[in-house]
Design a protein around this ligand. Structure first.
Ligand SMILES: Cc1cc2nc3c(=O)[nH]c(=O)nc-3n(C[C@H](O)[C@H](O)[C@H](O)COP(=O)(O)OP(=O)(O)OC[C@H]3O[C@@H](n4cnc5c(N)ncnc54)[C@H](O)[C@@H]3O)c2cc1C
Length: 429
């Protein structure tokens, strides 16, 4: 199909590459490298005069963004995708208008993502930042408060804490990473608390005041002062400029665009994907939806996404990765639940590499050995989760994973042992 992308920002690659996933992971990678250097003495390597300058971290981040957005531009050129600069909206007739000029389009995919919405009646500014502004900062704060200990807030705390900032991570619910299984959140919390991060769960934020030179926060009756506050809670679909009503595209009560399994909206010829539609707000989910929408638009057969089984990762240290049901959700849904747990230190590789923190927990259904949920807190969790995703996609269960030969010594042996534990024959543990 003759294809054009309408983008109002100066660069391509969306928020993921320019202000979200990628800059975040670039700064987190610097925190990992810093830790490796400062803890090198555990391996008999003495390093003196270690000096960290945030400008270097920002330089790495900016270089990564430039390389990856450059790659997207190259792909557009290679595949003859035209990029039209400007703000796009739908016309009543189902075409696209860019800054007043109408472009005829037989098929339109909406992919305008989401924006941060300030909570607690606050406004974003110089000292009160959303997560995008936090990751793009050029100066490291000495004292940082983060409100919201979901994936984004926990990543901010883990990065800046390890780089030397005094961080307070503030969460209203009774655990960090509230969507994760309780055992996993607890194991992660233990590790984050060692990273210069004070964690306040069950927090009641009574007031926030930007004094002009600091941010004063009263939480659970105590007053604290910070250089910056990062709000890592509350996002909404970026639909304001799209003209959805005029084009008769329906949204739900949360402002998300209503779609079917092929990402078709209520308006014929218009599809919507990514953070604009229900499901986890994740880049790989958005990307897969893009493929499905285009397959459908091209008249090909396609398949709907099984949303609870989209893997989700928090790139704090150690990483947290999961999909499917927690133990509590599986029990509540009435499954005949089997649970297998293994601490990472039970197998060889994490000990060899000095990364013993964390655990794996599998939640299965005894009837057919189905993997209902997989939950990992460990170094390399983002890679480890994928074998369980594939096992499930290929209709394998935990008994099959338990009989699949894994290389030694590898972190993946902990996945093997967790599967064996779920199947009732744990060997190392
Ligand atoms: C700090 C942070 C870290 C994250 N980390 C991860 C991660 O590690 N892994 C992960 O999977 N997900 C992560 N996410 C989520 C991920 O960024 C989003 O799920 C993903 O970017 C959604 O992709 P999208 O295509 O829907 O929209 P976006 O990436 O938001 O892109 C939308 C694009 O549309 C443009 N646009 C908007 N309106 C218009 C208009 N009217 N006309 C023209 N252009 C317009 C915008 O400029 C933007 O470029 C993170 C999010 C944040 C905030």
């Amino acid at each position: 199909m003759k294809t054009a992308v309408v983008e109002r920002a100066d660069t391509v690659g969306g928020r993921c590459l320019n202000e979200a996933c990628i800059p975040a992971k670039a700064v987190l990678r610097v925190a990992d490298a810093y830790k490796e250097v400062t803890e090198a003495k555990d391996f008999g390597i003495s390093v003196s005069g270690v000096d960290f300058d945030f400008a270097g971290a920002a330089g790495h981040r900016d270089k990564v963004i430039k390389t990856l957005t450059g790659g997207v531009s190259m792909l557009f050129d290679k595949n003859k995708v035209e990029v039209i600069r400007g703000q796009g909206s739908l016309t009543a007739g189902g075409n696209v208008e860019v800054d007043g000029k109408e472009i005829e389009a037989a098929k339109v995919v909406l992919a305008t993502g989401s924006v941060a919405r300030p909570i607690l009646g606050l406004e974003f500014g110089e000292r009160i930042l959303d997560t995008a502004a936090m990751w793009l900062t050029s100066a490291q704060p000495k004292r940082l408060a983060v409100i919201g200990a979901g994936a984004s807030g926990t990543e901010v705390a883990s990065a800046f804490g390890r780089l030397g900032t005094d961080v307070m991570l503030i969460e209203a619910l009774d655990q960090i990473l509230p969507l994760e299984d309780k055992d996993i959140a607890r194991a992660c919390q233990r590790e984050i608390a060692k990273q210069n991060v004070t964690i306040v769960t069950g927090a009641n934020v009574e007031s926030v005041e930007d004094t002009g030179s600091a941010v004063k926060i009263v939480v659970n009756g105590e007053t604290h002062e910070f250089d910056l506050l990062c709000i890592a809670a509350g996002r909404g679909a970026d639909t304001e400029a799209l003209g959805l009503d005029a084009a008769d595209v329906k949204t739900d009560d949360r402002g998300l665009i209503e779609v079917d399994g092929a990402l078709r909206t209520s308006r014929e010829g218009v599809w919507a994907i990514g953070d604009l539609v229900p499901g986890p707000a994740l880049a790989h989910k958005a990307s897969d939806e893009g493929i499905i929408a285009v397959e459908d638009a091209a008249g090909l057969d396609t398949h709907p996404i099984d949303y609870p089984y989209v893997p989700r990762v928090t790139f704090c240290s150690p990483q947290v990765a999961s999909f499917g049901l927690t133990e509590a959700q599986a029990k509540e849904a009435g499954h005949d639940v089997a649970v297998g747990k293994i601490p990472m230190g039970a197998v060889g590789a994490p000990t060899v590499y000095g990364e013993r923190g964390g655990m794996i927990k599998l939640v299965g259904d005894k009837a057919y050995g189905e993997i209902l949920g997989a939950h990992i807190v460990s170094a390399k969790a983002a890679e480890l989760i994928e074998e369980l995703v594939i096992a499930r996609d290929l209709e394998g269960g935990y008994p099959e994973v338990a009989r699949s030969i894994h290389p030694h010594p590898a972190f993946a042996e902990a996945v093997l042992e967790a599967a064996r534990a779920t199947d009732g024959w744990l060997i190392h543990g």
